[in-house]
Write a protein that binds this ligand. Structure first.
Ligand code: C2E
Ligand code: MG
Ligand code: MG
Ligand code: MG
Length: 287
C-alpha cells in the first residue's frame, strides 16, 4: 500500500515537472517572437523631488502583452530572457525605445522641465564588452543628451562580478550617463566596493520603505542609508512609497527623491506625456 502511494506520488510529480517544462518552452518560444511582433512595451513611472514635487526622472519598466495570457509581469519573463540570452536583444530594444521617447519629452517640453529616463540593466548586458559602445551609439542615434539617461543596476548584480562591473561602470560614466544602484540594501554590499563604484544614485529598496511609518527601527535604518549615500556623495531615491506617512518620514530623513504608487503608478507613454504636460512636470505632493 505504502509503496503504491509512493509510486503514485512519483508519477504526479513527474507530470507536474513535464507540465512546467512545456510551459517554459512555450514561454521561451513566445518571448522569442514578442520583439518581432511588437508585443513588448515600456511603461513609465515618475521619480519625484520630495521637496518640490518635480518629476526629475522617469523609470522605464518593461511590459509584455502575451497573446492569450494578457500582461505578463517582468519578473516572470526576464529571468527566462536572461537564461536564453534573449535579454541582449530585448535590452537593446528597451534602451533605444526609452531614449527615443525621452528625446521626445525633451523636444516637447521646455528645456530643464524634461525628466531624465532610467533604464534597468541585466547582468548579461553589463557583461558584454561592447555595451558602453552600444549606449553611445543609441544616444547618438536618438539625439538624447547623455545626462538625460540613467542606467539602473541592482546591487546584487554589481556585487556578483565586481571587477567586470567596475570596468563597465567606468566606461559608462565616461559617456556622461547617470548610474544608479537599484534595490539597495538587499544585496549584501561590501561598503568598500560600493565606494569604488562610480555611481551617482542609491535606490533604497521598497522593503526598507514599507515599514518606516510604523516602525522606529525601520525608519532609522532608512535614515542610515540616506546618510551613507550622503557620505559617498550619492543622491537617494526611496522606492515603493505608497502612503503620505512614508513620504513624510523619507522627506524628513533628507532623502531627496521618491518613487511609488503614492505619486503615480507606472503608465504607458501616452499617459506619461499627458501627465508631464498637465502638471507642467510638477506633482502636487500631499503633506
Ligand atoms: P525595479 O527596477 O526595482 O522597479 C520597481 C518595481 O516596483 C516595478 O515593478 C514597479 O512597478 C514597482 N513599484 C513601484 N512603485 C511601487 C509601489 O508603490 N508599490 C509596489 N507594490 N510596487 C511598486 P515591475 O514593473 O513589476 O518591475 C519589476 C522588476 O523587473 C524591476 O524592479 C526590474 O528589476 C525588472 N525590470 C523591469 N523592466 C526591466 C527592463 O527593461 N530590463 C530589465 N533587465 N529588468 C527590468
Ligand atoms: Mg529599477
Ligand atoms: Mg528597484
Ligand atoms: Mg525593487
Amino acid at each position: 500500500q505504502a509503496k503504491q502511494s509512493g509510486a503514485g506520488r512519483y508519477v504526479v510529480f513527474d507530470l507536474e515537472m513535464r507540465d512546467s517544462f512545456e510551459r517554459r518552452v512555450a514561454l521561451e518560444g513566445d518571448l522569442r517572437s514578442a520583439l518581432a511582433h511588437h508585443e513588448l512595451q515600456l511603461h513609465y513611472q515618475p521619480i519625484v523631488d520630495l521637496a518640490s514635487g518635480d518629476v526629475v526622472c522617469v523609470e522605464a519598466l518593461l511590459r509584455w502583452s502575451r497573446p492569450g495570457h494578457g500582461w505578463v509581469p517582468p519578473l516572470q519573463f526576464i529571468p527566462v530572457a536572461e537564461e536564453t540570452g534573449l535579454i541582449l536583444a530585448i535590452g537593446e530594444w528597451v534602451l533605444r525605445e526609452a531614449c527615443r521617447q525621452a528625446r521626445g519629452w525633451h523636444t516637447g517640453l521646455s528645456r530643464g522641465l524634461a525628466p531624465a529616463v532610467a533604464v534597468n540593466l541585466s547582468a548579461r548586458q553589463l557583461q558584454e564588452p561592447g555595451f558602453a559602445d552600444q549606449v553611445a551609439a543609441v544616444l547618438a542615434e536618438t539625439g538624447l543628451p547623455a545626462d538625460a539617461l540613467v542606467l539602473e543596476i541592482t546591487e546584487s548584480i554589481l556585487m556578483k562580478d565586481r571587477e567586470t562591473a567596475i570596468t563597465r561602470l567606468r566606461e559608462l560614466k565616461a559617456l556622461g550617463v547617470g548610474l544608479a544602484v537599484d534595490d539597495f540594501g538587499t544585496g549584501y554590499s561590501s561598503l568598500t566596493y560600493l565606494r569604488s563604484f562610480p555611481v551617482d544614485i542609491l535606490k533604497i529598496d521598497k522593503a526598507f520603505v514599507d515599514d518606516v511609518a510604523r516602525d522606529q527601527e525601520a525608519a532609522q535604518l532608512a535614515r542610515a542609508i540616506v546618510e551613507l549615500g550622503r557620505t559617498l556623495h550619492l543622491s537617494t531615491v526611496a522606492e515603493g512609497i505608497e502612503s503620505v506617512d512614508q513620504c513624510d518620514v523619507m522627506r524628513s530623513s533628507a532623502c531627496a527623491l521618491g518613487q511609488g504608487y503614492l505619486f503615480s503608478r507606472p503608465m504607458d507613454a501616452a499617459g506619461l506625456w499627458e501627465l508631464l504636460q498637465s502638471t507642467e512636470n510638477g506633482l502636487e505632493l500631499a503633506r
